[in-house]
Design a protein around this ligand. Structure first.
Ligand code: PEP
Ligand code: MN
Length: 343
């Protein structure tokens, strides 16, 4: 939809915009308005270059998108009809709880193994754990692939499917070879299009899902969905969208909590939303309420950092992981709120 700066386009200007849209297989329909004429673009109007060329014309005030630029993630896409079941949970019908340590300590396998049993007992259906870690400082612990073996043992022992972050193609290949159930793309790589393409392409022929975190610099809903579109275009539509807080942070929190973006996402896409209240708030004391808020906002699931002994964790756990009892009561309350909202 082209909105001209003046009341209407001159014959010459109309000729120029028509020539541009025709290059992209579209045509122009002039709509006469009381104060200003507008020019609808008929056809597939999602070509970015066509938009760029129209926006660049000096007599054009604005060009609005009517159709979304994320074709596969859009609510109107065919993919909206898939029934999504992960870890035995029919998404949208029951809440999904993912829990586990921030970082798996390769020198303390017992801590992760005990935590795996504890989160299962507390009601989680999936186990999360960081093998390779994106750390702000190069001096912090960066992760180690040997930690993956501990998670594989935990999966074997508990039956809980795994969520593991990958940051590059080498890690991706190791994770896929280990049949990691959900590949996490962290907030720092949320807009790393080469990685998104590689994850989409290489996971397409497997059963692995992808949990895509929201870009931390306040990535808007459309940017978030466009990033997810990369995964789907490459062949993997098994996607979970994960709001995890943004920066600048809200004073007192680790980030600016963003569970509230859930209804906006759900209005635009069929993809399930799994919120991460641990990173959004950054403090264990705030996680239970943020979890309930996410459920109230309509999230399909939660990814929560938890540890049998948060003080012994080597990543974010000492500040933000829930102990098993708090995790259990949070899950019980979340399920009650889920039911309350649907009956
Ligand atoms: C994590 O899940 O531990 C993590 C590092 O996530 P994020 O990318 O949201 O910071
Ligand atoms: Mn963490």
């Amino acid at each position: 939809m082209i909105i001209p700066k003046e009341k209407l386009l001159s014959a010459e200007q109309l000729h120029e915009v028509t020539a541009i849209v025709e290059e992209f297989g579209c045509r122009i329909q002039e709509i006469v308005g009381a104060h200003r004429n507008i020019y609808a673009i008929l056809g597939d109007e999602r070509h970015e270059l066509m938009f760029n060329r129209l926006i660049g014309l000096p007599y054009v005030a604005r060009v609005d998108h009517i159709e979304s630029s994320y074709r596969l993630l859009d609510k109107d896409s065919e993919l909206a009809n898939q029934r999504l079941v992960l870890a035995g949970v029919p998404l949208g019908e029951e809440p999904l709880f993912i829990a586990g340590p921030c970082t798996v300590d390769p020198n303390n396998p017992e801590l992760t193994l005990e935590t795996a049993f504890a989160v299962k007992e507390a009601g989680a259906q999936m186990l999360r754990g960081g093998v390779w870690k994106p750390r702000t400082m190069p001096y912090s612990y960066q992760g180690n692939h040997t930690a993956l073996d501990i998670l594989l043992e935990a999966r074997e022992a508990t039956g809980l499917p795994l969520v593991v972050e990958v940051m590059d193609e080498e890690q991706l290949k190791i994770a896929l070879a280990a049949k990691v159930d959900v590949l996490q793309i962290g907030t720092r790589n949320a807009l790393n299009y080469s990685l998104l393409k590689a994850v989409g392409r290489l996971s397409a022929p497997t059963d692995s899902w992808v949990l895509l975190k929201r870009g931390r610099h306040m990535a808007g809903a459309d940017e978030f969905l466009a990033a997810a579109e990369y995964l789907a275009v490459e062949g993997n539509p098994r996607i979970l969208l994960c709001p995890r807080g943004t920066t600048p942070k809200l004073e007192g929190y680790r980030n600016h909590p963003d569970e509230s973006i859930t209804p906006l996402l759900k209005e635009r896409t069929w993809a399930p939303v799994v919120c991460d209240p641990s990173h959004s708030t950054g403090r264990a004391a705030y996680v239970p309420a943020a979890t309930l808020a996410a459920i109230a906002y309509g999230a399909d699931g939660l990814a929560i950092e938890a540890n049998v002994d948060p003080r012994k964790g080597i990543g974010d756990d000492p500040k933000q992981a829930l102990d098993p009892d708090t995790l259990r009561s949070t899950i019980v309350r979340s399920r009650a709120l889920w039911d309350l909202m649907r009956h």
